[in-house]
Write a protein that binds this ligand. Structure first.
Ligand code: ARG
Length: 576
């Protein structure tokens, strides 16, 4: 249940009954001071001003109409018209018992089912993935999990860069040096770097590279052969990395730039016919209204070069059309860094102008900031090159291993391997996901692997405590599903009431693509659980009713922590 929504709907009804126009929404907030209540309604004052009434009188009227005797207790009204109330323990107990049997941890909202394409990770071929791909991969993966969890049909789309100029350079270079490819990805990357250098210096080579891009895009068989090999080598490497990172992408989700190639000639023809694209001395471009460059000239997006080659933008236009035509997408979300925001918005505008998608199709760029080092500069190696993702993951696993060994020097090797992977990878992911994606963030090993604070390890550790309590208790809670929960302290009450915020958080994330809200919520649950654990006796109590009721809260905590971490792409651990 979404407790705020549930209460708000009921309160809104009584506001209308009290003569308040329906446009005045309920503003429901948790009370800042616990002694006043669990929640506060503070939308009454502005309505009172509008109705030229005394806010206290109006609030009294609303309270009279509330009729929530089974749910609320101790309602108080402040002189200025705030309404504070507590929730009845009995009602909360019922909700908690319902959670015990709920299939989806209390999610009840009926969604409007959608086909949602999520464009994420999308590395470029012929290069190893580096830190720059981390955010798109991790945030995209978490969003795929969350959108699927609420019941949408999610189409994962790994838009790999497999059709660009880099292949012209590589093919030209390989042909020139008469080299066969039977390499590792790291060798290809080296060759690519050499080719890039030559491309800038040597005009003849530039021409040759451009010639080969066009040849490849015309599907010349010898070019295609080399291309395929390079793509396979790169992607096989990437699939291993996804696997290690517990990212849901496989070869089935790889839909690279090359996939849309055959659609392009017709699209260009159509865009010209519609007057959206123009031919400027053999270059086909789409002028962008309202945007000028520094010299005051109108800006345009080029979709075909004079030599016939297509570009990144041409492919993105075709790709959106494909996603609508074939996947019947209702919503397409891009997890791409913020530097491409203007570009993507222009592409969205173009496909809308061309009527390739209906007006109600949602096109969203969920952009994100950069990862920085301690000096606020882009997080790179000492030599100034990009940090390889593979290195980063391994480093995190090693650091996690050292932490575990300090706590438990005699741990068995196999368990150590497994734990350090779960902790190390969880740390990298959580550090990223727990930040508002719009902002840059500073990468810090010390912070992300800390046992205290807003980290995955803190949450994973709480999970260990919860399940070991349940194991020690060894009681089948299913036999006590109807037994009322006794809330004797605020420790258990505060934790239990927070469970009812889960649905609200999940749907905010579904709408806006901001998984850091889930991290914040999990952190809150963990903090509340820790104080409950430290302050309340759970196993050594004689009162069996109290024991069962506390164990139910522990059990639900473990479920929420596990599910919450799963939705972030992080595994739980069973011991440490
Ligand atoms: N390969 C691109 C890059 O590394 C990202 C692709 C994002 N998706 C897209 N449809 N343009 O910058």
């Amino acid at each position: 249940m979404n407790i705020k929504k549930f209460l708000s709907i009921k309160i809104h009804k009584s506001m209308i009954q009290s003569g308040i126009p329906s446009k005045y929404n309920v503003i429901l907030r948790p009370c800042k001071k616990k002694i006043f209540g669990n929640y506060q309604i503070n939308g009454i004052i502005s309505a009172a001003i509008h109705l030229k009434m005394n806010p206290n009188d109006l609030a009294k009227k609303v309270v009279k109409n509330l009729k929530l005797n089974n749910i609320l207790s101790k309602i108080t009204i402040s002189q200025t018209g705030y309404i504070n109330f507590f929730l009845k323990k009995k009602w909360l107990s019922n909700q908690i018992n319902l959670l015990m049997i709920s299939k989806k941890l209390g999610l009840t909202e009926n969604i409007i089912f959608k086909n949602i394409v999520v464009d994420y990770s999308s590395p470029n071929i012929a290069k190893e993935m580096h830190v720059g791909h981390l955010r798109s991969t991790i945030i995209g993966d978490s969003m795929v999990r969350i959108l699927s969890f609420v019941g949408h049909n999610v189409i994962k789309s790994n838009h790999i860069g497999d059709w660009g100029t880099q292949f012209g350079m590589l093919i030209a270079f390989l042909k020139l040096k008469n080299k066969k490819i039977d390499f590792l990805l790291s060798d290809i990357e080296k060759l690519y770097k050499q080719a890039q250098k030559k491309y800038v210096k040597d005009i003849n080579f530039t021409k040759l590279a451009k010639y080969y891009v066009v040849k490849l895009q015309q599907k010349d068989s010898s070019c295609l052969k080399i291309w395929k090999k390079i793509v396979n080598i790169t992607m096989n490497y990437n699939y291993q990395l996804y696997n290690k990172l517990n990212i849901k992408l496989t070869h089935r989700d790889t839909m690279g730039e090359s996939k849309y190639h055959d659609m392009i000639p017709n699209i260009i023809k159509d865009l010209k016919k519609k007057g959206i694209a123009v031919n400027n001395n053999g270059t086909i471009m789409i002028p962008i209204k309202g945007i000028q460059n520094k010299k005051g000239k109108l800006m345009a997006i080029i979709i075909q070069k004079q030599d016939g080659a297509y570009l990144y933008a041409t492919i993105d236009i075709a790709c959106i059309k494909y996603r609508y035509d074939i996947f019947k997408a209702d919503r397409i979300i891009y997890y791409v860094d913020s530097r491409q925001n203007q570009y993507l918005n222009q592409i969205f505008q173009i496909v809308r102008n061309a009527k390739y998608v209906p007006n109600n199709l949602q096109l969203e760029h969920h952009m994100f900031g950069m990862i920085l080092n301690k000096n606020n500069k882009p997080f790179k190696t000492r030599e100034g090159t990009n940090i390889k993702l593979n290195y980063l993951i391994d480093e995190s696993i090693i650091r996690a291993k050292n932490i575990i060994l300090k706590k438990n020097p005699l741990i068995k090797t196999k368990i150590l391997e497994d734990l350090s992977k779960k902790i190390g990878i969880g740390a990298i992911k959580y550090a990223d996901l727990s930040k508002n994606r719009i902002n840059n963030y500073i990468f810090s090993w010390e912070k992300m692997l800390s046992l205290n604070g807003n980290t995955s390890l803190y949450i994973q550790y709480a999970y260990v405590r919860a399940i070991s309590l349940l194991k020690k208790a060894n009681i089948n809670l299913n036999n006590f599903l109807n037994l009322e929960i006794s809330f004797i302290s605020s420790y258990e009450f505060d934790l239990a009431i927070s469970f009812l915020d889960f649905e609200e958080i999940i749907f905010k994330i579904v709408n806006k693509g901001i998984p850091h809200l889930l991290c914040n919520w999990l952190y809150k649950i963990t903090v509340l659980f820790s104080s409950f654990y430290e302050n309340c006796n759970i196993l050594n109590i004689k009162d069996i009713k109290l024991k069962i009721s506390r164990l139910k809260i522990v059990f639900l905590t473990s479920l929420f922590l596990k599910q919450g971490l799963y939705l972030l792409g992080i595994d739980v651990i069973k011991k440490i």
